[in-house]
Design a protein around this ligand. Structure first.
Ligand SMILES: [Zn+2]
Length: 135
């Protein structure tokens, strides 16, 4: 093995170990009482309606609660109720694609150095116009 391969493999292993630790932390959180009660609060407050569908005058009932700014990008927002939205599977799928491109999220990480997008209308716009996401 050449030395830069070794360095790469070492970096890769460290990266994976760190990613697994972050993932463990996230898994624990999603099984906690704190998350269950936060999630229920948001579902009740938003009437189980997908907040992204509502922007298009569609009423879609669902039980998924999503972090508007992904916690892989900003872990401080993990229990921030203003960062939580009800989202249907179809919008969630689009939002994942947006996040992968904008935040560069993968394997429990976000690597792009970009400002947080907190405006739901803007996020929704980019979800539906992936080609217009700023680089
Ligand atoms: Zn939706």
């Amino acid at each position: 093995m050449r030395s830069h391969d070794k360095a790469y493999s070492r970096h890769y292993n460290l990266y994976n170990r760190h990613a697994n630790r972050v993932k463990d932390k996230q898994d624990k959180f999603y099984h906690s009482k704190q998350w269950q009660s936060l999630r229920q609060l948001v579902l009740t407050k938003q009437h189980y309606c997908c907040q992204y569908c509502l922007l298009h005058d569609r009423v879609t009932q669902t039980k998924i609660v999503d972090h508007r700014v992904p916690i892989t990008f900003d872990l401080k927002k993990v229990d921030d109720v203003t960062n939580l939205d009800v989202i249907c599977p179809k919008c969630h799928y689009l939002k994942d694609k947006f996040e992968a491109k904008y935040y560069g999220s993968a394997q429990g990480f976000s690597k792009n150095n970009v400002p947080e997008l907190t405006e739901i209308k803007l996020i929704d716009y980019y979800m539906n116009h992936l080609d217009q996401i700023p680089k």
